[in-house]
Write a protein that binds this ligand. Structure first.
Ligand code: AMP
Ligand code: ZN
Length: 480
C-alpha cells in the first residue's frame, strides 16, 4: 500500500516494524458531548483504512483512547476541562457524562459500520502509566516544575515542529483567540504534562502524584495508552487534521524523549468536514449528529457512502443537497445489486482480476471513491451474477456499506410487492415466503368471491399464530 505520511509530506510505501503486523493508534473522542458527523468522518476513514489493511493480509492491533479528562477548552492548555463543562451543562457527574457519551459514540459507530477498535482505553484508567512517563521526563531533564505544574521543555528538542504544515506566527501564544499566556512556561511551545494548579480549582477528578494532587495534560494520555497496548514502536497514528498541532506534535516530543528512539513512523490525518458556514465544532453547541440524520429519514450508511465518495485528504463540504445526492446514488447502487440473481458459479479468474484491481486502487493512498467506482465496474462486467455478488461482498469487507444485506432486503421487499391484475398488492410482514404465498392466495380467493376459501386460509394462518390485517393496497401480517 502507498499512503501519504504527514510526517514526511510524501506518499510512501507502507511498512511496519514487524512484518505483517500493524500497530495502529487512533485518537478517540472527547466524551463531553455527542460526536458530530465531522468527527465521524475521521472515524469512518480510519475504519476503512483498518479494514483495508486487514483485507490486504495484515494482522492489525488497533488502539483508541477515550478522552475523559485533561482536554481543556483550548488545545493550548488553557480554559476549563471540557468534561467539567459538559457535566455542568447537564448537571451530572463527570463520570456519568463520560459513560453516556462514550456509549452514544459507539452507538453512532455501530450505525455507521465503524468497527470497534481492539482496545478502547479511557484516559482516567491509566494514570499510573502517565506518572511513570512524566517522572522519567523530569529525571532526564525534558520536563520541569513551575507554578505547581509539570511542563515539557520544548527547547530540549532539535526539531519540534515535525508536521510543519502551519505558520509558526499564527500559533504564537497570546495571538490566537482564547489562548492566554502561561507565565510558567519557559518557551512558548512548552506544554503541561501534569496539572496541580489551574484557574479552575473545581476540577472534578484528581489523583495523587509526586508533584501533588492533580490531573494529567491531554497529550500524555495518547502516548501512555499507545505505549501500553501498541508497544514502543507504533506503525500508524491517526486523527483529524486539527490533531497534528499541537496534540500529535506534543505526543511525539514526549514519547521520543521518554523512549530515546523514534516512535511512530506513519501519520494519517483526515481533513475536515465543513458545513456551508465553516468548520463543524462541538463547542459551538449546535451541530449535526447521526441521530439528526436519522430523524430526517436518512440511513446513516448513506452518510458513510457520502464520505467514501471523496478523498480523506480533501476538505469535504456538507450540505443537505450533497447528502441527498449521495443517498440517491447509494439507493440506486443497492437496487442494481438487488437485481443480481444469487447462484453458485463464480468465475475465479474474473474474481481474481477484479480483486487485484480493487486492492491496487484502494492501496493508492486509500482512494475510496475509486473503491466505490470498482463496485459499479463489477456491475458492468461481462461476468455472471454469482461472480458479481461474490466480488461485491468481497469489496464490502473494506467499504462496509452493507451492500449484500441491504440488497437482499430490497430483493425480499420486491418479492413481497406482488403484481396483480388490479394493480399492486403489497404484503408486509417478516418476509417469510410461505406465509406471503398464503396471504396472496387468500387475496386471490377473495377477488374471485370465493369467500369460503379466503376464510379457510385466514383460519389456517391463525392456527399457526399469524394474524392478517387488510390495509390499503395490500395486507400486513404479524405473529401473535
Ligand atoms: P474530539 O472529540 O474533539 O477530541 O475529536 C474527535 C476526532 O474528530 C479527532 O480526531 C478530531 O481531529 C476529529 N475532528 C474534529 N472536527 C472535525 C471535523 N470537522 N471533520 C473531521 N474530523 C474532525
Ligand atoms: Zn490523541
Amino acid at each position: 500500500m502507498f499512503l501519504y505520511n504527514s510526517a514526511t509530506h510524501k506518499k510512501e510505501e507502507f511498512k511496519t516494524h514487524t512484518p505483517g503486523r500493524v500497530e495502529m493508534y487512533t485518537c478517540g473522542p472527547t466524551v463531553y458531548h455527542f460526536a458530530h458527523i465531522g468527527n465521524l468522518r475521521s472515524y469512518i476513514m480510519e475504519d476503512v483504512l483498518e479494514r483495508y489493511l486487514r483485507y490486504a493480509g495484515y494482522d492489525v492491533n488497533r488502539v483508541m483512547n477515550i478522552t475523559d479528562v485533561g482536554h481543556l477548552s483550548s488545545d493550548a492548555d488553557t480554559g476549563e476541562d471540557k468534561m467539567l463543562k459538559g457535566a455542568k451543562r447537564e448537571n451530572k457527574s463527570v463520570m456519568d457524562i463520560a459513560k453516556f457519551y462514550t456509549d452514544a459514540f459507539f452507538e453512532d459507530c455501530r450505525k455507521l459500520n465503524i468497527k470497534r477498535p481492539d482496545v478502547v482505553q479511557p484516559a482516567t484508567g491509566l494514570i499510573g502509566d502517565y506518572i511513570k512517563i512524566i517522572s522519567r521526563l523530569v529525571e532526564t531533564g525534558y520536563a520541569y516544575l513551575a507554578g505547581g505544574n509539570v511542563y515539557f521543555d520544548s527547547s530540549k528538542l532539535s526539531r519540534y515542529y515535525v508536521f510543519n504544515d502551519h505558520d509558526e506566527e499564527d500559533l504564537a501564544v497570546g495571538v490566537r483567540e482564547g489562548v492566554e499566556e502561561d507565565s510558567n512556561k519557559r518557551n512558548k511551545n512548552d506544554f503541561v504534562l501534569w496539572f496541580t494548579k489551574s484557574k479552575f480549582e473545581d476540577q472534578a477528578l484528581k489523583w495523587d502524584s509526586p508533584w501533588g494532587v492533580g490531573y494529567p495534560g491531554w497529550h500524555i494520555e495518547c502516548s501512555g495508552i499507545s505505549m501500553k497496548y501498541n508497544g514502543e514502536y507504533l506503525d500508524l497514528h491517526c486523527g483529524g487534521v486539527d490533531n497534528a498541532f499541537p496534540h500529535h506534535t506534543n505526543e511525539i516530543a514526549q514519547s521520543e524523549s521518554y523512549l530515546g528512539h523514534p516512535w511512530c513512523t506513519q501519520w494519517f490525518h483526515v481533513h475536515h468536514l465543513n458545513d456551508l458556514s465553516g468548520k463543524m465544532s462541538k463547542s459551538k453547541g449546535e451541530f449535526l449528529t447521526v441521530s439528526l440524520l436519522e430523524e430526517k429519514g436518512y440511513d446513516p450508511l448513506a452518510y458513510r457512502y457520502f464520505c467514501l465518495q471523496s478523498h480523506y485528504r480533501k476538505t469535504l463540504v456538507f450540505s443537505w443537497e450533497n447528502l441527498d445526492n449521495a443517498a440517491a446514488a447509494y439507493a440506486k447502487l443497492l437496487n442494481r445489486i438487488a437485481g443480481l440473481k444469487p447462484g453458485e458459479d463464480v468465475d475465479q479468474a474474473a474474481f481474481d482480476e477484479y480483486r487485484a484491481k480493487f486492492l491496487q486502487q484502494m492501496g493508492n493512498d486509500l482512494n475510496t471513491s475509486m473503491g466505490v467506482t470498482a463496485v459499479f465496474d463489477v456491475l458492468k462486467a461481462k461476468t455472471g451474477d454469482a461472480t458479481k455478488l461474490a466480488l461485491i461482498g468481497d469489496f464490502d469487507q473494506v467499504l462496509s456499506l452493507s451492500l449484500l444485506e441491504k440488497a437482499a432486503l430490497k430483493r425480499a421487499e420486491a418479492a413481497r410487492a406482488v403484481q396483480t391484475g388490479s394493480g399492486e398488492y403489497a404484503i408486509t410482514g417478516e418476509g417469510d415466503p410461505e406465509v406471503d404465498a398464503k396471504v396472496l392466495a387468500r387475496y386471490e380467493a377473495k377477488k374471485v368471491k370465493n369467500f369460503a376459501e379466503a376464510d379457510r386460509i385466514r383460519d389456517e394462518l391463525r392456527a399457526e399464530g399469524i394474524e392478517i390485517t387488510d390495509v390499503k393496497g395490500g395486507a400486513s401480517w404479524r405473529r401473535v
